[in-house]
Design a protein around this ligand. Sequence first.
Ligand SMILES: O=C(O)c1cc(=O)[nH]c(=O)n1[C@@H]1O[C@H](COP(=O)(O)O)[C@@H](O)[C@H]1O
Length: 243
Amino acid sequence: MKRFVPMVAIDVATKQEAIALFDKLMVDPQPIVKIGMELYYGLGQVIVCEAKKRGFKVFLDLKLYDIPNTVHRAMAAIGRLGIDFTTIHAAGGSEMMIAGLAGLEEGAKEVGVAPAKLLAITQLTSIDEQILHEQQHVDLSLIESVQNYAQLAERVGLAGVVCSAHEIKAIRKVTGDDFLCVTPGIRPVHALKDDQKRVVTPVQARIDGSNAIVVGRPITQSVDPVAAYQKIQKAFLNEEEEK
Ligand SMILES: O=C(O)c1cc(=O)[nH]c(=O)n1[C@@H]1O[C@H](COP(=O)(O)O)[C@@H](O)[C@H]1O
C-alpha cells in the first residue's frame, strides 16, 4: 500500500514562525507540510510559495464547506496554486464534492499542473460519540457515520478521506484498496491530552494501515522539532518501534 511521509501541520500565526519551521524541516525525507486555516487566512498564497520554494509538497487544508457553486470557484483558485493535497467536508454532500473536484481539476489544468488529491473530512478527530449524538443529533454510530462519508466520497471520485486511525479498518471494508486514509490525531505515547479525542500513536497508525499521518503540536511545539519529526517518521514508515 502507498504510504506518504508524515504531514506536518504548520499551525503557527506568523510568517517568521512558519519559515523557521520550514527551514528546520528541510531534512531527508522532507515531510509534506500542511498549511491550514490559521496560516493561510493570515498570510495567503505567499506561504504556499515559501513552502514550494523549499521543495516541500503542500497539503493545503482549508476544509471547504459551502454551496456547490461557491465551492467550485474556490477549489478552482486552490487548483491554480499547484498544491498536492486539499480538503472538503463530506458533510456538504455529493453535489458539493463533485463541484469541488471539478473546480480543482479546472484550476490545475488552467496553469498546467497535476490536480491535487482531494480528501474528504469525515468526522473531525475532536468529535466523539457524545458530541455526535447529543449535539449533532446523528443517529448513526461514529464509525457508521465515517463509513458513510467515506463511501460517498469514493463514489464521487475523491482520492480519500481524513479520519482517525481508529476508523481505518471499518473504512477499508467499504472502499477500494487505493482509497486513501489520512489520519490526524496522532500522539506519541508520552504526549499530553488536549482537544483531540480520538488519538493514536504513529506505530499504531502504521499497523492500522494509515496512508499518511498528520502531526502538528507534537512536532511544532517540541523543543527539537526535527528530532521529533524524525522519530515519528521512523515509527510510521520504517517499522522501527517508538521508544
Ligand atoms: O483535516 C485535518 O488535517 C484534520 C482533521 C481532523 O479530523 N482532525 C485534525 O486534527 N485535523 C488537523 O490535523 C492537525 C492536528 O494537529 P495536532 O493536534 O497539533 O497534531 C491540525 O492541523 C488539524 O486541523
